[in-house]
Design a binder for this molecule. Structure first.
Ligand SMILES: *Cc1c(COP(=O)(O)O)cnc(C)c1O
Length: 369
């Protein structure tokens, strides 16, 4: 029997011939980076597709987080979640900000709004939540607290490409949202990312900050970084944008098949779609209750591996467990019981646009007993 490797994700690749055509165009123009034609086109196309007012492209999904904190002049302490990819907290470290971890909601995996208030001190200036697995945070609850205490909100929306609540983009929540277009994400530009903002003035400032802080040829207004996206990747991104809806629908069908098969498996739980939400099916996490399932999470993970089915334990370990952060008072496991429980039970099953029915069956054969 065919036992080829099933990876947790597979990049959405644009049609090679069309990409070649675009590369030819770039060669002929000899404009290969610095806000060229494809860069401008992709920013406009993304703003339209995502239903947001302004988009600024970046070279990855980490630098827009770092730059957003710089642009909003956030200092002191920022309240955030330990249940994410480590780049979320690293962006605070790069700005000399102290991360303050708050526990998650056990039903969504997102930061629990009712735990935020107790973590606010006189040094708190912002909140950095994450729409984990693309599931929308309680943006209303978070904004109410932010408004009450005069805090900025930056959403790490790396998982939330195209996610909408009641027909409106989730990316419009808070002061700024950031996206990652890394190869492993729903929509990719190989490496890449973006920032979403509400007004033209902020877009202008961000465009300066991602280009060393240059304004014109001779003036530098701030210690900006270099995070420009080049023309090749912008062209690649334009082509991928045309096929991302189809890819998301393919992922949706995978999720439907997984759910149908797993609903009756004792000790395995998963997320269902939320009412009014347009999901992007970026991940398919399952949670193993080892008592009821009769097998430990890591045993199942290893069993899958031995069958050439690669799951990922996103997000284990928690960010608060890494040596850089574990010394923080808020990183103590007693402060984060829900996050620990989720991190210790999660496996993300293979989820991408190109999974065949045979692949899905092979994944399920590992999990369904
Ligand atoms: C992928 C990811 C990032 C970082 O994006 P890169 O493009 O890899 O720099 C940040 N936050 C979260 C939650 C992510 O999943």
């Amino acid at each position: 029997m065919d036992n080829n490797l099933i990876t947790v994700t597979s990049p959405l690749l644009p049609p090679l011939e069309e990409f070649n055509e675009m590369i030819k165009e770039i060669y002929e123009s000899k404009w290969i980076t610095n806000n060229g034609q494809f860069h401008k086109r992709l920013e406009k196309a993304l703003a339209e597709y995502l239903k947001v007012p302004f988009v600024s492209l970046f070279t990855n999904g980490t630098l827009p987080l770092i730059t957003a904190l710089q642009a909003l002049r956030i200092t002191g302490e920022v309240i955030t979640t330990p249940y994410s990819f480590v780049a979320t907290t690293h962006s605070l470290w790069w700005n000399g900000i102290k991360p303050v971890f708050v526990d998650i909601d056990p039903f969504t995996g997102n930061i629990a709004p009712d735990k935020i208030e107790a973590a606010i001190t006189s040094r708190t200036t912002g909140i950095m939540p994450v729409h984990v697995y693309g599931k929308p945070c309680d943006t209303k609850g978070i904004q109410e607290i932010a408004d009450r205490y005069g805090l900025k909100v930056i959403y790490d929306a790396a998982h939330a490409f195209g996610v909408e609540v009641n027909g409106k983009s989730i990316l419009n929540a808070g002061d700024i949202s950031t996206l990652s277009f890394h190869a492993t994400k729903v929509y990719n530009t190989i490496e890449g990312g973006a920032m979403v903002m509400h007004d033209e003035q902020t877009k202008q400032r961000i465009d300066q900050l991602k280009n060393f802080g240059f304004v014109g040829e001779t003036s530098v207004i701030a210690p900006g970084i270099n995070s420009k996206m080049d023309e090749m990747r912008a062209a690649y991104g334009l082509l991928n944008l045309k096929q991302v809806d189809e890819a998301i629908e393919a992922r949706h069908q995978v999720a439907v098949k997984y759910r149908n098969a797993l609903r009756s498996v004792e000790g395995i739980s998963f997320f269902d779609d939320m009412p009014g939400v347009k999901h992007n099916y970026s991940y398919f996490p399952i949670f193993v209750d080892s008592e009821k399932y009769g097998m430990k999470r890591d045993e199942l993970y290893e069993k899958m591996k031995s069958e050439n089915v690669l799951g990922r334990r996103y997000f284990y370990p928690l960010i608060s467990e890494f040596s850089t952060y574990r010394g923080l008072e808020s990183a103590s496991p007693a402060n984060l019981p829900n996050a620990h429980k989720m991190a210790n039970s999660v496996i993300c099953l293979p989820m991408h646009h190109a999974l065949s029915d045979e692949d899905i069956e092979r994944v399920l054969r590992c999990v369904v007993k």
